[in-house]
Design a protein around this ligand. Structure first.
Ligand SMILES: [Zn+2]
Length: 107
């Protein structure tokens, strides 16, 4: 089970600040009895794994995933798919975000 603060910290250090508001939203809406087992970035999207199955909440997570695919991981502005060091990342066109993303990649 991953707590909100751990999820925030993990996304902040592996992606950036741009998606933290999504993490907050997901934890706000987390139904009683449902736990988050994993949170991660995959193919430029923010993903959550939960237990047990919950169709309604998974639909909400799909929506979050789709929005994250259009939101810069670093700054939260509108972004799209970019390839950084061979990984799919979602970034805006701001050069600073690309540089920060490259830096996070090397940590
Ligand atoms: Zn950005």
């Amino acid at each position: 089970m991953i707590l909100k603060n751990e999820a925030r910290k993990y996304i902040k250090t592996t992606c950036g600040d741009g998606w933290l508001s999504f993490v907050d939203k997901v934890y706000q809406k987390l139904p009683t009895g449902t736990i988050i087992t994993q949170v991660y970035q995959k193919y430029g999207a923010l993903r959550f794994d939960i237990e047990p199955e919950n169709i309604d909440f998974e639909t909400f997570l799909d929506t979050i995933e789709q929005i994250s695919e259009k939101t810069c991981e670093i700054c939260g502005e509108i972004g799209d798919e970019k390839i950084v060091n061979g990984f799919v990342e979602t970034l805006c066109d701001n050069k600073t975000c690309m540089e920060k993303c490259l830096y996070l990649d090397t940590l």
